[in-house]
Structures are given as C-alpha cells and as structure tokens.
Design a protein around this ligand. Structure first.
Ligand SMILES: [Zn+2]
Length: 384
C-alpha cells in the first residue's frame, strides 16, 4: 500500500494496484462509475456482504452486486466485467444509482432482513418535507418525501440566476417560494385560492448524502436536452444543519418521537466521490474520483483503469473552502457523494479474513463458477 502514497511523479499517473477497473464493453461507463463509488463506500459494501442470499438467485440485484464486488476484491482478477442480465443501453449515472438502490431495497424486503432494511435506510435514504403555509389562515400543509439522492437545480427556476456554489444552490433549493398571482394556492380551509409560502427542508438526512447537480435541462425552443456546464464550487466539508427543518411543532406532527435526537445529530459531511461527465446530453463519458478511506488517497476510476491521483490534481481550492474541479478537457462534476463525519458510525471494509461463513461459501461458489468459465473459454481458444 506504500506505492499509493508516492506523490513524486506528476506526469504519468501511477497505476493503482490495490483496486481493479471495470471493463467498458458497451457504453456502460455510467454504470461503472456508480458501482465503483458504492464499492468504495465501506458501510454499503459491508451491508451487501452481510446479506445472506442464495447464490443461485442469479436475477437478484443483491446477488449480482455481491458477485461483482467479490470479484473486484479478489486479488486474482485483473479487470472485472459485470455481465448483468438484460440488455444495456447507454444511460444516465444518476438514474442508474437510484434504480439499482431501489431494487436493492425492494429485494431486502422480500428476503425479510428487517434489520438490514433499517441499516439501508439510515445509510442511504433521507426525507424532505414540502411545507405550504396559507398566508390567510396560516394553516400548514406538510408532505414528506423519501429520497436516495438530491437532484439539485444549478439554475434558479424563476429567474435567470445561476448558482455558483453548492451552498448557494442548496439555499435556493430550500428557500421560501411565494405562491401568488397565477400561481396561487388553493387552501382547503379557506376554500379559495390564497397567497401562500412554499418551502422544502430536510427532515432526515442519510449517512451517505448523494447530490446530483441538475446539468441536463429541457430546452423548449430546440425541443431537446442541453447540458449546463456552469462551473460550480463545492466544499470538501459541509454542514447541512441550516437546511434542516427546525420548527419543532411542525416536526412533531410529521414524526412522533425523536425530535430531540434529530436536532442534536451530527450533520457534518465530507466529500469522497466526484463523478465527472464529459461530452453532451447525447453522448459523453463518465468516470469517478474517489477517496480511499483506508489510505485517504484519491483515486481515479476510469473504466478498466484505476490510477492514483491527489486532491491537488483534481480540484482547485480557493480560500481553503471553495472548491471546483480543475478544467481539464471540460471535466464537469455531475454527482457528488458526501459521507457523514461520525467516528462511531464510520466503518472499515470487511477483509477476507473477516467474512462471515455464508459469505465465504458464496465466494467459493463464485470462484468455482469462474474457473469453469475460464476452462470453457480456454477450450474454445484451443479449438479455433
Ligand atoms: Zn387558508
């Protein structure tokens, strides 16, 4: 692992031998960047590994991911390919992130791992409250929504304003919107259209906070999607407290019980994944910069290549807080992942020697299958 810490060479990036790349066989870089990000999230990897599932349930996302992660962790494989069932077309990394986690969550329910469902929710799902307050009768209507990621607008929705930083975009996302004029709100108490205030706030935050910068926007004039390539600054550390729901009376109505815990919980996060999208809406390329928690080293996962990099190579920092990705060949940050700073919760990835018995068994079955496949491949080679 010492070779990971060599910082002397600035020209050719050093190959990272600790981690493996993923083959890009058919436009699946969008998928590879998400898989590597989840693989490098120790708490997610550990949850996946602890799920005791039948090896032969090949259609299950959990089984497919488990096989893939074990192959990525196995020292004998060079690069790894995910042969998932079903056709693959070029897709969007954010959509893939949400879809794969949704099917993961659904499968957890079917295999009745109640404990794991709770761990999953703490880890990856948050809650947003949408609150509308009638200006006449002052009645509040609250709606709670669950999220796996936040799709954050980087342009103001009702003006030409462009947010230049993540903090500004979050402020815009959670600012009070006045509903008046044509946009008035029908109040059920007043039984008429009234002026109202609408606001979105976070009521619960996940341990892993995933923010997708809304870079693809529908253009009504040209009737197609355009990419917003605006530079946006983002902090290495972020505190979400100011974007949280504070009104205790309201909170009690929404969620009975632990409102005290909620307000005192740590909401400090630090950045560990930056997924880059190059190109435009119709075609582009994804890769990821990910921090290895084991060594605190930043790595670049670009399909089958994994190279060592450094914070200084990836981003430019001004005044120590504001951060943007360096403009090398239009590297545009698209998805950012933050992990909660919490010594009691931060885990290390399970090593082989720590595998529970069911996982060892799963791994042995996988290695047998791999040997068989390799044998068949060699046979075919000899015949041709
Ligand atoms: Zn009213």
């Amino acid at each position: 692992m010492d070779n990971l810490n060599n910082k002397d060479s600035t020209e050719a990036p050093a190959i990272c031998t600790e981690y493996k790349g993923l083959v890009n066989s058919s436009n699946n870089c969008f998928r590879n960047s998400i898989i590597q990000s989840l693989f490098m999230t120790p708490e997610f990897k550990n949850l996946l590994y602890k799920c005791d599932v039948n090896y032969y349930s090949a259609n299950m996302t959990i089984v497919q991911m488990k096989k893939l992660f074990l192959k990525l962790q196995d020292p004998s494989n060079e690069t790894v390919e995910w042969k998932s069932n079903g056709r693959m077309k070029q897709g969007d990394a954010q959509e893939f992130f949400v879809n794969i986690l949704k099917s993961f969550q659904e499968e957890l329910k079917t295999i009745c791992h109640f404990n794991f469902i709770n761990i999953f929710q703490d880890l990856l799902t948050g809650q947003i409250i949408n609150c509308i307050k009638c200006n006449v009768c002052k009645t509040e209507k609250l709606q709670e929504e669950t999220f796996l990621d936040i799709s954050l607008p980087i342009h103001h929705s009702r003006s030409t304003k462009v947010y230049t930083s993540l903090i500004d975009a979050l402020k815009g996302f959670t600012e009070i919107e006045i509903l008046d004029g044509d946009n008035q709100y029908f109040c059920n108490c007043c039984k008429k259209n009234c002026n109202a205030e609408k606001v979105l706030k976070f009521s619960e935050l996940p341990y892993i906070l995933t923010i997708c910068l809304k870079r693809f926007k529908f253009n009504y004039q040209t009737t197609n999607y355009i990419k917003l390539s605006d530079e946006i600054q983002f902090p290495l550390e972020i505190n979400i407290n100011s974007f949280k729901f504070k009104e205790s009376s309201v909170k009690r109505k929404v969620k009975e019980g632990d409102s005290e815990n909620l307000s005192h919980a740590s909401n400090k996060y630090h950045l560990y994944v930056i997924i880059i999208h190059t190109g435009d809406y119709n075609g582009g390329h994804y890769y990821a910069f990910i921090k290895d928690f084991k060594t605190n080293q930043w790595l670049k996962f670009n399909d089958d290549s994994v190279t060592v990099t450094s914070m200084e190579h990836i981003i430019k920092i001004s005044d120590g807080v504001k951060t943007t990705v360096k403009e090398i060949a239009k590297e545009i940050p698209y998805i950012l992942m933050y992990r909660k700073t919490d010594d009691n919760k931060n885990e290390n990835s399970l090593e082989f020697k720590e595998f529970p018995p069911h996982l060892k068994e799963f791994y042995n079955l996988l290695m047998k299958e791999e040997e068989k496949t390799a044998g068949r491949r060699n046979k075919r080679k000899r015949k041709s």
